[in-house]
Design a protein around this ligand. Structure first.
Ligand code: GDP
Ligand code: MG
Length: 337
C-alpha cells in the first residue's frame, strides 16, 4: 500500500428535510387540525481517528464526502428521519485544515477521537408547529436548512513514541524489524525506505512503544538532496529519537561527523528536533574489527556528551534487550514531564 501523507477532500453536510403541510382527516372529524411533522436534520460530517490506519491512502480514491439529507416530515405528526452522517476515517496524527484559509480545524491524536466537522442543516418545522389561536390552520411549513460544504486539507504527522533517524544504510529499517513486527524494505543500497514505516514494540507483554522509521537523511537534505527532509515532519511529534550509527562504513570516515551531519539537518528543519532527547545505537558490532577507535571509546564519546548510548547488532540481535530498556525508560521519563 502506498504511503500518502497529504490529501485534499471536499465534504458536505446533509440538507434538513422540509416540514410538512397536512391536516388531520378522520371520518368523523371533517375539519381536523394541522398535523404536518417536522423535517429530519441533515447528516453531519464527522471525522474520526483510527489506529488501524497508517496513511491517507484511502482518501486518494475518494475525495468527496456527502452526508445524507434529512427526510421530509409527513402527516399524522410524523417527523422525517435524520440523514445519515458522513464518517471519514483517518490515521492518528492527522491535522485537518480549511483548504482556503489554512485554519486548523482539528488535530486528531487519539484512537477513536472524533469531531463533528460540519453539522447537518436543521429540519424545517411542519405546519403543526405554526398553529396559533388566531391561525388554527396554517397552510405553510418551513423548508429545511441547507447543508454546508467545505474544502479541507488533511496532513498526516505520524505520532510515535520513538523516531528512528540516521544516515542511509545505518541499519534503521533492520532495527525496526527486529524491535517490532514490522517488515520494512531492507537493502544494501541507500534509500530503500522511501516512505515512513511504523512498528510496535512490545515491552513486558503489556506495554507498547510505537517506532517510526523514516527515510535516511544525508547532508544537504534540507536543501533537497536525497529524499529531502519532508519526512522529518513525521518525527516532529515523537517523544524521543533513536539515532542509529553504523560504526564501520561510516559515511564520512568518522562517527562523530556522521552524527553531526544528521544533527545539523535536524536543526535546519526545526531547532526543536535537534533538541529532542536521543538514544544512540552504535550498530553493526557483529562485524569486527572496529575501524577508527574501539567501541568503548565511541561509547564514552557520546556518553560524555550526555547521550544514552548502546552498542548493538540489529542483524544478530546483540544488545537489543538493553536498547529496549533504555528506550522504554527514556520515553517513560520524557512523558512524565
Ligand atoms: P537503513 O537505510 O538505515 O534503513 O538501513 P537498512 O536497515 O536497510 O540496512 C542497510 C544494510 O545494512 C543492509 O544490508 C542490512 O542488512 C545491513 N545491516 C543492518 N544492520 C546490520 C547489523 O547490525 N550488522 C550487519 N552486519 N549488517 C547490518
Ligand atoms: Mg531504511
Amino acid at each position: 500500500m502506498k504511503f500518502i501523507d497529504e490529501a485534499e477532500i471536499t465534504v458536505r453536510s446533509g440538507d434538513g428535510g422540509s416540514g410538512c403541510v397536512s391536516f388531520r382527516r378522520e371520518r368523523f372529524l371533517p375539519k381536523g387540525g394541522p398535523d404536518g411533522g417536522d423535517g429530519g436534520k441533515g447528516g453531519d460530517v464527522i471525522i474520526k481517528a483510527s489506529s488501524k490506519l497508517h496513511s491517507l491512502y484511502d482518501l486518494e480514491s475518494r475525495r468527496y464526502f456527502k452526508a445524507q439529507n434529512g427526510k421530509p416530515g409527513s402527516g399524522n405528526n410524523k417527523s422525517g428521519k435524520k440523514g445519515r452522517d458522513a464518517l471519514i476515517l483517518v490515521p492518528l496524527g492527522t491535522m485537518i485544515k480549511n483548504l482556503e484559509s489554512g485554519e486548523l480545524l482539528a488535530d486528531l491524536v487519539f484512537d477513536d477521537h472524533q469531531i463533528v466537522l460540519i453539522e447537518g442543516g436543521a429540519g424545517g418545522k411542519g405546519n403543526k408547529y405554526f398553529a396559533t389561536s388566531t391561525n388554527r390552520t396554517p397552510r405553510f411549513a418551513q423548508e429545511g436548512q441547507k447543508g454546508t460544504e467545505k474544502r479541507l486539507k488533511l496532513e498526516l504527522k505520524l505520532i510515535a513514541d520513538v523516531g528512528i533517524i540516521g544516515l542511509p544504510n545505518a541499519g534503521k529499517s533492520t532495527l525496526l524489524s527486529r524491535l517490532s513486527g514490522a517488515h520494512p524494505k531492507i537493502a544494501k543500497y541507500a534509500f530503500t525506505t522511501i516512505t515512513p514505516n511504523l512498528g510496535i514494540m512490545l515491552f513486558n507483554d503489556d506495554q507498547a512503544l510505537t517506532l517510526a522509521d523514516i527515510p535516511g537523511l544525508i547532508e544537504g537534505a534540507s536543501s533537497g538532496k536525497g529524499l529531502g527532509h519532508k519526512f522529518l515532519q513525521h518525527i516532529e511529534r515523537t517523544t524521543i529519537l533513536l539515532h542509529v550509527l553504523d560504526i564501520h562504513r561510516s559515511h564520512s570516515g568518522d562517527i562523530l561527523t556522521d552524527f553531526s551531519i544528521v544533527q545539523r539537518e535536524l536543526a535546519l528543519y526545526h531547532p526543536s528536533l535537534a533538541n529532542k532527547d536521543q538514544v544512540i545505537a552504535l550498530n553493526k558490532i557483529d562485524i569486527a574489527p572496529v575501524k577508527g577507535g574501539d567501541l568503548e571509546e565511541m561509547r564514552h564519546m557520546f556518553s560524555s556528551r550526555g547521550y544514552e548510548c548502546r552498542a548493538i547488532s540489529a542483524l544478530t540481535g546483540e544488545g537489543l534487550d538493553e536498547l529496549e530498556k533504555a528506550l522504554h525508560k527514556k520515553v517513560f521519563t520524557a512523558s512524565m514531564v
